[in-house]
Design a protein around this ligand. Sequence first.
Ligand SMILES: NC(=O)c1ccc[n+]([C@@H]2O[C@H](COP(=O)([O-])OP(=O)(O)OC[C@H]3O[C@@H](n4cnc5c(N)ncnc54)[C@H](O)[C@@H]3O)[C@@H](O)[C@H]2O)c1
Ligand SMILES: O=C(O)[C@H](O)COP(=O)(O)O
Length: 625
Amino acid sequence: MASSSSSTKSIFSPSFAISSSNSSRSSSTLFLHNHTTSIPNISLKASRSESRCYSLLTNNAIVESISEASRKLQTTVLGEEKPTILVSEKLGEAGLELLRSIGNVECCYDLSSEDLCKKIKECDALIVRSGTKVSKEVFEAGKGRLKVVGRAGVGIDNVDLRAATELGCLVVNAPTANTIAAAEHGIALLTAMARNVAQADASMKAGKWQRSKYVGVSLVGKTLAVMGFGKVGTEVARRAKGLGMNVIAHDPYAAADRARATGVELVSFEEAISSADFISLHMPLTPTTQNIFSDDAFQKMKNGVRIINVARGGVIDEDALLRALDSGKVAQAALDVFVEEPPSKDSKLVQHENVIATPHLGASTKEAQEGVAIEIAEAVMGALNGELSATAVNAPMVPSEVLSELSPYVLLAEKLGRLAVQLVGGGNNGIQSVKVAYKTARNPDDLDTRLLRAMITKGIIEPISDAYINLVNADFIAKEKGLRISEERVVVETSLEFPIHSIQVQIANVDSKFASAICESGQISIEGRVKYGIPHLTRVGSFAVDVSLEGNLILCKQVDQPGMIGEVGHILGGHNVNVSFMSVGRTFKRKEAIMAIGVDEEPNKDALHKIGEVSAIQEFVFLKL
Ligand SMILES: NC(=O)c1ccc[n+]([C@@H]2O[C@H](COP(=O)([O-])OP(=O)(O)OC[C@H]3O[C@@H](n4cnc5c(N)ncnc54)[C@H](O)[C@@H]3O)[C@@H](O)[C@H]2O)c1
Ligand SMILES: O=C(O)[C@H](O)COP(=O)(O)O
């Protein structure tokens, strides 16, 4: 007779580092909503022909247990105390006010990297603009507490996204509130540059009147190439068309019909740079765009081309631009952004007579700063409150309607993962491949399962490692640990009311400490569904059961004979272990049966030993949920 508890063993591939079981960690997660609402009046009883279910839960108990789960979820996210939010750069007052309504806000500007690393250890959230480098060291220092980094603006090139993802920290930005400000600044630079406004103003302030020196160029009829046809690029294009310019754009990822609707033709990089009189940059700084404006690119441009950059300094090779300005290839440049900010005082580029420069002012209008502050405050507050963010940069953005439909299944997914991994035996195979089947009556293409996959991953990995897993890092950590999770959507004929009928989790190529959990195809296989808002285990191996997935679980395989429920119930009662649910599934009458018993407390060794001594019980396992 086999008996075991949920102690942890090295069940991933040999390189996988294991720590002891983390039973104190809540089974909740960052991205869940309260699901205390809409609990219908129900009475639970046997619902499958092969399953006898004995409900010991009242309706009130169900509501209470969900409330408790929900409370735990909130506590996990926020703790009992107010979160601490560090704001490391100037943020609009309206955003600060919002943040103060939910947390302790600390505004500390101009922190050195060392001071930021020290400070971040006591913070739940960090809000930055473009001036703070949020490096891997910052995420490592904040590990365990820092839940979200909010970028009050668009560009996230100052945030180490890989480190954030690896360490499970959500990054959100405020992508829309400064679009117009940046576009207006682009147009301001374009017109000011064409008419030498800055130079002429400086000359007048020096007491001169140099009318012939500052003859400009006209914009009407000239070709403007917008490089990066996103939010800012589109607004710049619209405004430039209003000035009578011929606008073309290059953006490998933009839709041609959207461009056409603005009266803009999308062209190749070469065509854009070689046919433009003015080139305005609006692409993000990425490994692909870094130094994309190189000597080679400048060579392909028209002689006397004029360049505006309100995107990011790093997209231009600044030394190459200087050479192009010196040679006259580039007649003028208007720069708001620089590789190094602030640039050195003696920067040849800034000092160049054909360059006008502003200190990264694109987003700096009163209106944009208030808007950005509110946008980022709301995103950070949402993230701290356990909501998925619409502006998440390193996590899937799950639309709210999808989220509210899937919420009940999130807990089920995690519990199934947690259960399946505890059924893995002590063999040396290591878990490598997990198969998940979602049974649904709806069109499988409409099912967004990223959230559920993340929760299954969390359930599988967390009990056997020290990793903290959430939607941000689930895929990353699974991959890192060599765990392949394949998903399948299976259409079944059932109610269309619910997005999912049931979820099956199978682990291949492993032994099980509960042999009956192995299905005919040789995998550990369990299945569950949500009933009245509560996750239930409905199948173990080939046996149908029906037990609510709460508290702890004992699975017994036995000879199907009278008195078994009473006998085991008596042992548990004798050890003051409260049974919350019990269900028996069998193959044939008086043959084999599986008894699934939900227990509130963890039975001690003596109780488990006595269960093992019941002669009709062939194997059993105690599992923590
Ligand atoms: N100076 C400022 O204060 C200021 C203010 C706002 C935005 N910005 C910067 O402006 C840029 C654009 O911002 P946005 O809000 O329009 O972002 P966005 O994401 O809406 O647009 C960026 C566009 O660039 C395109 N793109 C990506 N790679 C490209 C490539 N290799 N070639 C051409 N296009 C490419 C994308 O497809 C996208 O359409 C960002 O770098 C942002 O940081 C600067
Ligand atoms: O990417 C952005 O949003 C802009 O560059 C603005 O940066 P800032 O917040 O530092 O002004």
